[in-house]
Structure formats: C-alpha cells, structure tokens
Design a binder for this molecule. Structure first.
Ligand code: FO1
Length: 310
C-alpha cells in the first residue's frame, strides 16, 4: 500500500500518475476536506471530487475540476433566482453533490459516501477524506476572516492574506482507516499540492503528524515550487505566512521531520545542499507535468526514489 496525501487539481495529476503506475488497489489517497463548502444546502467536497474524477478519467479538461463537458443549465436558473453563481457547479457534477448530501443527511459518513462514489465511477484506489468531521480553512483578508472558496474562486486568490486558520481542526479525528493505512504503508508520498492550503490541513488532523513521524516507511514529498515559485495558484505567496521562502527549500523546511526525501525540479538544483542540510535526501528531475506521460514518468521516479530510501 502506497499512501498519498493530496489536495485538488495539481496534486490530483501526480496522484493519477501513481494510480496508473501501481496496481490500482494498492494506492490509498488521503484528501484535504478543509476546502469543502455548502452551496444551496448541498455539501460540496471539491478536492475529493477532483481526485475521484481525475482517477476515473472524467475530470474537467483544462481547469481540472468538475466533470469534462459538463453544462451549467441549473446554475444559470439559480442565477435568475438571484443566487450568487460564481462557484461554477456543473449539471452532472450537481448529481454528485445531491447524492453526497442525501447520504450524509441519512447519517452516512463522508468516508462511506466517498467510497461509494469512487466505486460507482470505477476507481479502485482507496480515496479517503482526511476526516469525517467538518474542518474549514479561513483566511484573514484585511479585517475579515473569509471562507476558502470566497478567497480562492470569488476573489481569484489575488487579495493579500494576513493569516490562515483551519476551523474545527482541534476536534477533528482522522477518518477511520487513515492512521492504520499510514502505519502499514510501504511508502508515503506528499504530492505537489499547495502546502498551506491542502497539505497542512491533513497534517494538522489529530494523530496524522504523529503517525507520519513514527512510520518506518520512506516518506517523500514532491515540491510544488519550481524555479522559486508555485507552478500555479497562491502557494508561493502564502509561504510568507510561515516565514519560509516560496521555494523547494521552504517546502522541505515546512515538512522537516516528516519527510526523508524531496523531489525537486532540475531548475532548483542549487537548493540541494540546503535541503540535504535538513536531513532530507533529494531527487532532482523534471517536476513539471504537461501531459499524461509526464504524470506517469514523474510518479515512476517518485516511487523508485521512495523505495531507494528504505
Ligand atoms: N474552481 C474555480 O476556480 N472556479 C470554480 O468555479 C470552481 C467550481 C468548482 C465546482 C466543483 C468542484 O468540485 C470544484 C470547483 N472548483 C472551482 C475547484 C476548487 O474550488 C479548487 O480547485 C479547490 O478547492 C482547491 O483545491
């Protein structure tokens, strides 16, 4: 069993590569749920859906979220009723949120619903929410704490953020098989997701950091920073909140004590000595994923590197 810790679109690409490289039922993906939101009474879990759709091969084209070729008829009608529709939920995607919300209201857990959705879409990897409880990332913008999707989608992550918090994290227990899966993993891969928005919420769930620190399995992280900046999104900018540089070295420092190895891009080669100085081994390669071949190539290199650290 290989365990991957993952957020949304960027991380899902490498996770797809892992899924294609490994026997499918030997991959377990622990997914950030601190981006979850309520929309018209529906429970939306964007990162869980992005990972599930990506592994199922039905994810939304260029953008990477939602379903490929989806339409927005329902959203357009909601707009006519005066509902804010900046969060673009597609018609077929809506079915996922209806199904999830109905099951949750009947008392099922997010873990159970996620497993049903994945199975229905033919995904054989185990996809786990980080927790079955509600955790919500909130960001301090000016004098206001705003919701994650308000920041990320509505304000296009272009406003200055003063602080981040994960509401509910103190009481969040890991979803039932998260800790056992980390404990029996052959290797743990922290994929190239946004460190503060996607990975830190997972690491902050009670017991996850301790389980990672205690496992004897090799633990590797793939840097989302290439050439001293994030490949996409606000990851680089947010690193200043933890007083770390927006570089592979900064991410290695953030994960220090929890990783044995780091995969960085060849353009960041000069950072190798500093990262090794943290006690973290380095694999330097082409860390950009332009297409499906790149995803599989990088995943293969990541797994080979992890095994070399055993
Ligand atoms: N991201 C956007 O940038 N704009 C959207 O309108 C949007 C809608 C959306 C609907 C369903 C879903 O599962 C994801 C969606 N996302 C959208 C992606 C999502 O907000 C972010 O990628 C993640 O939360 C960050 O990991």
């Amino acid at each position: 069993m290989i365990v991957a810790l993952c957020g949304g679109v960027g991380g899902a690409k490498l996770t797809f590569g892992l899924y294609r490289t490994l026997p499918p039922d030997t991959l377990c993906v622990v997914v950030n749920t601190a981006d979850d939101l309520a929309f018209c009474g529906l429970h939306i879990s964007p990162d869980l859906d992005t990972v599930t759709y990506t592994l199922a091969g039905v994810a939304g084209g260029e953008a990477g979220w939602g379903l490929e070729g989806d339409t927005h008829g329902a959203l357009d009608m909601l707009g006519r009723y005066g509902v804010p529709v900046w969060f673009r939920v597609g018609d077929r995607d809506l079915a996922t949120h209806l199904y999830r919300t109905d099951r949750l209201r009947r008392g099922d857990t997010l873990t159970a619903v996620t497993a049903s959705l994945a199975a229905a879409l033919g995904v054989r990897a185990r996809i786990l929410p980080m927790t079955d409880q509600r955790v919500a990332t909130r960001l301090l913008v000016g004098d206001d704490w705003i919701d994650f999707q308000e920041y990320f989608v509505h304000r296009l992550h272009s406003v200055p953020v003063e602080a981040i918090r994960y509401d509910g994290i103190e009481d969040a227990c890991p979803a039932p098989s998260v800790l056992p899966d980390i404990q029996r993993a052959e290797a743990v891969v922290i994929v190239n997701s946004n460190p503060l928005l996607s990975i830190m919420p997972i690491l902050s769930v009670n017991g996850v950091r301790d389980a990672l620190a205690a496992t004897g399995a090799p633990r590797v992280a793939v840097s989302p920073m290439v050439a001293s900046g994030a490949v996409s999104g606000p990851a680089g900018d947010l690193m200043r909140l933890v007083e770390l540089p927006p570089t592979a070295m900064g991410v290695a420092a953030l994960y220090a004590g929890l990783i044995d190895g780091m995969i960085i891009d060849a353009r960041d080669e000069e950072q190798i000595p500093a990262i090794r100085g943290l006690g973290v081994e380095v694999l330097c390669t082409d860390a950009l994923m332009r297409d499906e071949r790149d995803r599989v190539r990088l995943a293969t290199e990541v797994l080979r590197f992890a095994h070399s650290l055993r």
